[in-house]
Design a protein around this ligand. Sequence first.
Ligand code: F6R
Length: 242
Amino acid sequence: MIIYKAQDYKDMSRKAANILSAQVIMKPNCVLGLATGSSPLGTYKQLIEWYEKGDIDFSNVTSVNLDEYKGLDPNNKQSYRYFMNTNFFDHINIDKKKTFVPDGLEMDTEKATSKYNEIIRNTGGVDLQLLGLGHNGHIGFNEPGEQFEKETHCVDLAQTTIEANRRFFDSEDDVPKQAYTMGIKSIMQAKKIVLIVSGQDKAEILDKALNGPITPELPASILQLHNDVIVVADKAALSKWS
Ligand code: F6R
């Protein structure tokens, strides 16, 4: 495992974007595993900037995203498909037909998850998976206690997550109660993993994930077993590093 210490969020984003752009330059038809949330926003912004300068060409890249809310339309502003389009895909020359996010509108769990596993398999496998870290150690929507061996599956969102999301929706009834997520097994199959972490509030969980016991109670701890992980974290996130 390689750890890159960044000064702050901006520096973390630039370092992560450097790794992603190197991947695309080395293998123009690579498969990128992508994440949503606040952690990768700066990375996407930096990649867009370099794309606009003519430094990166995404035309042959395929992408697979980690997760999507079950029941949300891709045009819903809270959907992860909408997030990816507006924060990244709409601004680069990636072929949208080669960008994949679990199908939130497929209400048949078995169909949705097996279709997504097949999509991932058909890409030939993820070359580089970008990950953020949840405050409880989750990666994707794999919450503490989930089994390590799963591929894409459906998770019930924790009540705390539903309440936290409440502010983005008109009423609590509109807040999705379930999500589709790549499982730990799918994530661990990526050839390279880049974990980006920023902020003091993640310092303790980051230290536990990388130095503590490997347990499904802290899903990110499984990354200790992957043979090509790069952690890009800022000083604040590494402040409890032991
Ligand atoms: C997002 C995802 C989540 C986030 C994690 C951290 O697709 O899979 O695991 O990476 O919740 O979120 P932020 O970056 O918002 O702190």
